[in-house]
Design a protein around this ligand. Structure first.
Ligand code: HEM
Length: 202
């Protein structure tokens, strides 16, 4: 039983699960002659999906009173964020290979649906680079400040998704639960702060 538990709790098992959706994408990428454009869809969607999941975990802690499965996810939140960055890098690589030349890439960059994607990708760089134990220890309080940029990446990703897809539904299906949980977290924390102020000795 303890073997099963340690296998399930191993970071390698979790990394493997996170990598699974990428395997068919990389498989298609490596097969010569396959069209690249269809691969933009799964790579972009999994990046956005993992970003949304990583941002849902903290408010879920409040909403569920820190249930065990949420704590399990909380301990792995950084891995999910790094996976979001990894899929974003794959998505951008597929886009660049599909475009194939610098001129159309630069021309595309001025479209709002595309520069929102570029900005989100740039924000991912410091987020991923500081998602390791050394950075957490070294940066102290600044680490949290840097990680807050993930909300900006999420807003840009939502805009990018809606603007390139011309269909609000898939993007909203992902972002509405996140928004509701964040509103819940805000209300919960404001109420707690007010209660503390009321009961604090004058
Ligand atoms: C250099 C930056 C980026 C560029 C140039 C770019 C480009 C594109 C393009 C051209 C599409 C349209 C695919 C189609 O024809 O269906 C697309 C779709 C998408 N991208 Fe990006 N992207 C970038 C960054 C990102 C990032 C960072 C994310 C997520 C965090 C992301 C998430 C998505 C999603 C969710 C879709 C919609 C997939 C679908 O439903 O079809 N993209 N991207």
């Amino acid at each position: 039983m303890s073997y099963i538990r340690s296998f399930w709790n191993s970071p390698y098992t979790f990394w493997f699960i996170l990598a699974l959706p990428g395997l068919p994408i990389i498989g298609s990428l490596l097969r010569a002659g396959e069209e690249l454009e269809p691969l933009l869809h799964p790579s972009g969607e999994f990046s956005a999906r993992f970003l949304v999941i990583s941002l849902m975990i903290t408010p879920l802690m409040f909403a569920t009173n820190g249930q065990r499965w949420v704590r399990w996810l909380m301990a792995r939140r950084r891995y999910i964020g790094v996976a979001a960055g990894g899929y974003a890098a794959l998505h951008v690589a597929i886009y660049l290979l599909d475009m194939g030349a610098l001129a159309p890439i630069i021309e595309d960059m001025f479209k709002i649906g595309i520069w929102t994607g570029w900005l989100a990708s740039l924000i991912f760089i410091p987020l991923v680079m500081t998602s390791n134990d050394w950075s957490v220890a070294k940066l102290g309080n600044n680490w949290k400040k840097i990680q807050k940029f993930s909300y900006a990446a999420a807003v840009l990703t939502l805009a990018h998704w809606v603007l390139v897809n011309f269909d609000f539904i898939p993007a909203l299906v992902h972002f509405i639960p996140l928004t509701l949980l964040q509103v819940y977290r805000y209300v919960h924390l404001s109420k707690k702060r007010k209660d503390r102020e009321r009961t604090a000795p004058a």
